[in-house]
Design a protein around this ligand. Sequence first.
Ligand SMILES: [Zn+2]
Length: 133
Amino acid sequence: MVPRGAFMREPGPASDCGTPVEKERLAMLDTAQFKDRLLGRKHELYRLLHRIESDLEATPNPDAEERATERENDEVLEEIGNTGLGELAAIDAALNRIEAGTFGICPKCGQPISPARLAAVPHAALCEECIKR
Ligand SMILES: [Zn+2]
């Protein structure tokens, strides 16, 4: 009896036999998808922070009243900038966890972080239980 496909197959390197363990681990959590989202958000934040920086460096308006308004704006921009920097740090930490293979695991209690939480906040460090505590 001739095996099915015997005539079609060319001898050569087997193509579709990746390491089973790796495949299983990736199937549990689609880290590639989270990595994409995290990197996308990171670039967004970089652009935002860059814009804030150049706004803050802009030469002050010669008009005193205008200057006061600009200062107020600067304070708001700085606040947005600080929030952005915090998020950037959290995103970098999450990307490091993806590289380390610990993404989606709460570092505090060692339990998996719920997929719903990760979907909403991919850079979440702690699980819902630990956040509440
Ligand atoms: Zn936890």
